[in-house]
Design a binder for this molecule. Structure first.
Ligand code: GLC
Length: 629
């Protein structure tokens, strides 16, 4: 056993072993580039361990073997991605997300949907968790029992690999979850850990009594209080195991480098099936330290960077997408080319809904001003809603600057979106209401939250407005499939025992066949919403100003109006204005006087003059190509 030593000696030794063992040239070049960083991260994470060097060497060997097995088509993709490293920042990118069973019955149904995905313009398809998981409640598949077997109800791993190739031929990158914070209690590792099998005892955090759990829980947050209090659950034998989410999702112990190695193996296996983007699930929770919140600790970043470095050696075309639904300062901390290249933008998502409820765009405008910028080589994934609840993750200190008190404001937003506030247009459902802390989150489909279900006159406009923002602020816009045809809440979950206790199922409906059939019928909400969103998608695709992430806030001088410029390559820019209010507003000539008077209305088509000012209808959106004077 040899501990790691700082400096270059370990790296030189591993590289020389690789050379003598005849590793392929391309792999060696990747290793030379990325091993020093992986080594440094290992020193910081596992420097105290006596087995540090052996572990690092075996991770590198794992990467080497995985590279050897990587299909030539994927190696070709790696090279292509490396030579166009900004591919995911293009205006042509458009994401879609769906559950395999609910949307298409199984993997073969997803393959049959490829023509529709192309019609829509998707270039990115996130299939919700599709791995083997416990019968009944499996947190929608987020409790994984095997990363190498597809849930047999959906298909097989061979079918998944074939689907990845079919999608790639259609110009669509396959995205799947990498659920690496925890496994299900039925995973082989968890069974072995509980049984005390040598080598697995330290895969999870298991304690004989309440002493350590009590100590940790003094500072941790309850994530699924409807399921269990605190961060631990009791095993049948009386011991306690860390379970941040459901009681059957057991957190892995990354302080043990064997866990890192095992998970890196699963990651590389998925990479070699043709997955192009890994959605890094629950990143904030992966490192635990007594006396802290156990969220977003510095080591969580080191771990992600270490996984990234392994990927750069063995599957360099892949991207990581961060799922951190936390304070905006923390969300941004996961985003860099060395860590997660893309990330959900939960702040923009939540504040879009906040603005629609309050009819006041100022918090969203402020977020676009100060929290939108990203490091080069990274992008936001902008979305209107996901398969999860909406949490009001804005920073209290930001809100305070606008005279808004965070806690009562969150309470108002929860009441508004679950239909408890007077005058609300929303039909959402509460999720994980915690009577002890007053916390709650909100669920509901876009159409139901925006007012279509309630028959509110502004409902369709709000659906379009919310998407118009996600489609124009930059990065990768992500559609929850079905929302483009205005699908409504599915209250049937209340009668399905495995779902009844988790209100997120209200917004995970089965593919709305009727709405899809209506999508060409302008007399239906589905038809109108689909036509308007399709138009926005088409415009985006041919508007280079909407690529990348650069955004210049534009003050429209009306609180309900969110405004920004997206500067383009040739001195042109697109001015985006969105009126979240219930009344038309007139944008004064003076406000527009910094722009040349002639502009192009990209959504309606045709030239317009800005000279007399412009009127934006209630819930109206404008995308104007302008010239800045
Ligand atoms: C992520 C998923 C969520 C799941 C949780 C636990 O937050 O988006 O659906 O419940 O992780 O895996």
């Amino acid at each position: 056993m040899t501990p790691l030593s700082p400096g270059s000696r370990d790296v030189a030794r591993i590289l020389s072993d690789l050379t003598t063992s005849g590793a392929d040239r391309e792999f060696l070049a990747n290793a030379e580039l990325h091993l020093p960083r992986l080594h440094e991260l290992f020193v910081r994470l596992y420097g105290e361990r006596s087995d540090g060097l052996e572990r690092l060497a075996s991770v590198v060997d794992l990467a080497r073997r995985s590279w050897t097995e990587r299909p030539p088509a994927l190696k070709a993709l790696d090279r292509e991605r490396e030579s166009t490293s900004d591919w995911f920042e293009s205006e042509r990118m458009l994401g879609g997300v769906c559950y395999v069973d609910r949307y298409a019955g199984g993997l073969s149904g997803i393959r049959d949907s490829i023509p529709y995905f192309r019609e829509l313009g998707l270039t990115y398809l996130h299939l919700m968790p599709l791995f083997e998981s416990p019968e009944g409640n499996s947190d929608g598949g987020y409790a994984v029992s095997s990363y190498r077997r597809v849930n047999p109800a959906l298909g097989t791993m061979e079918e998944l690999a074939a689907l990845a190739a079919d999608l790639r031929r259609a110009g669509i990158s396959l995205v799947v979850d990498f659920i690496f914070n925890h496994t299900s209690n039925e995973h082989e590792w968890s069974q072995k850990a509980v049984a005390g099998v040598a080598g697995y005892e330290d895969f999870y955090l298991i304690y004989p009594d309440r002493e350590m759990p009590d100590a940790y829980e003094r500072t941790t947050r309850e994530i699924f209080p409807d399921d269990h209090a605190g961060s631990f659950v009791q095993l049948d034998d009386g011991r306690w195991i860390w379970a941040t989410f459901y009681h059957f999702q057991w957190d892995l112990n990354y302080a043990n480098p064997a866990v890192f190695e095992a998970m890196a193996g699963e990651m590389l296996f998925l990479a070699n099936q043709g997955v192009e983007i890994l959605r890094m699930d629950a990143v904030a929770f992966i490192w635990k330290q007594l006396g802290t919140t156990c969220e977003s600790l510095p080591e969580a970043h080191l771990l992600l960077q270490a996984f990234n470095a392994v990927l750069r050696m063995a599957a360099p075309g892949l991207l990581f997408k961060s799922e951190a639904i936390v304070h905006p300062d923390e969300v941004i901390s996961y985003i860099s080319p060395e860590e997660c290249q893309i990330s959900y933008n939960p702040l923009q998502m939540a504040l879009t809904w906040e603005a629609l409820a309050t009819r006041d765009g100022r918090l969203l405008q402020q977020a676009l001003e100060r929290r939108h910028a990203l490091p080069d080589g990274t992008a936001w994934v902008n979305y209107v809603r996901s398969h999860d609840d909406i949490g009001w993750t804005f920073a209290d200190e930001d809100a305070a600057e606008l005279g808004i008190d965070g806690s009562p404001h969150r309470r108002f937003l929860n009441d508004f979106y679950v239909g408890r506030a007077e005058g609300t247009f929303a039909r959402g459902v509460p999720f994980q209401e915690n009577p002890r802390t007053g916390d709650a989150r909100v669920t509901g489909t876009t159409a139901s939250l925006a007012g279509i279900e309630a028959g509110d006159a502004g409902g369709e406009d709000r659906v379009v407005l919310a998407h118009a923002l996600a489609l124009s602020t930059g990065g990768i816009p992500l559609l929850y499939l079905g929302d483009e045809v205005a699908q409504l809440n599915d209250y049937g979950y209340r009668d399905r025992p495995d779902e009844a206790g988790d209100s997120r199922w209200v917004h995970r409906p089965f593919r709305p066949a009727q709405a899809y059939a209506d999508r060409t019928d302008a007399d239906t909400p589905a038809g109108r919403v689909f036509a308007r969103l399709s138009r926005l998608i088409d415009v985006r695709r041919s508007t280079p100003e909407l690529a990348g992430n650069e955004l210049i806030p534009f003050d429209a001088h009306h609180d309900p109006v969110v405004g920004f410029l997206r500067p383009g390559p040739a001195g042109s820019a697109v001015l985006v204005l969105a009126n979240v209010g219930d009344h038309a507003v007139h944008i004064a000539p003076l406000t527009l006087s910094g722009l040349a008077p002639d502009a192009v209305d990209l959504i309606d088509g045709g030239r317009i003059s800005l000279r007399p000012g412009r009127t934006l209808p209630a819930h109206g959106v404008a995308w104007w190509r302008v010239a800045v004077r």
